[in-house]
Design a protein around this ligand. Sequence first.
Ligand SMILES: [Zn+2]
Length: 212
Amino acid sequence: MKIDSPINFSLESKKIIDNYNNNKSLHDTSYWSNDDIVKLKAEIKSYYKDKQKYTCVYCNKSIRVNHSAVWDIEHIVPKSTYPRFMFIPENLCVSCKDCNTIKNNKAVLINRSIVRYPMKSSSFSIIHPHFDNYFEHLDIYLGKIYSPKTLKGKNTIEACGLLRFSYESVGWDPSISQTTGLLESAQKLLNDPENAKFYAMEMLIKAQINSM
Ligand SMILES: [Zn+2]
């Protein structure tokens, strides 16, 4: 998946955005909660949900739910650290709540002191949904095992916590103590040969990630 064209805002929204872009005093993450941009935000969400065919840009899960609470407007470069990029069409997309929450305000720019929004893939450390083809950077096996093909793929897996899908599939909570987790995992492996495949793949992927 790659977003082939960024949003072209309505005239009404363009006016709000022009005003924002020209007023540095407004450049603060709190502007996102401003009542004046409720419609503008709905426009962004609706456009990218359709454009992305209800697919999260980071985990590639398709969520066929229209309710806006399921989807988050995602600022690829975080609006908290770069409020001036808040309405750049190429910095916007939608993602699932989980990916958005985990990615949070992690840095994704290679050069953090840039002034203008970079319009090319190589300026970003993670998969950029407007500039990168998702599956050139990672593979998804059995719908839940994320395997990196490039450094961007690896960074995306880490930034958005994509290993959570393979953990969930085997019922392992990685936040519990390592030893307990490993013991439980080993026990499950012994009890359930079906899961052995997942563990083996997960170990391979971890080895792959560690060697990158
Ligand atoms: Zn997601």
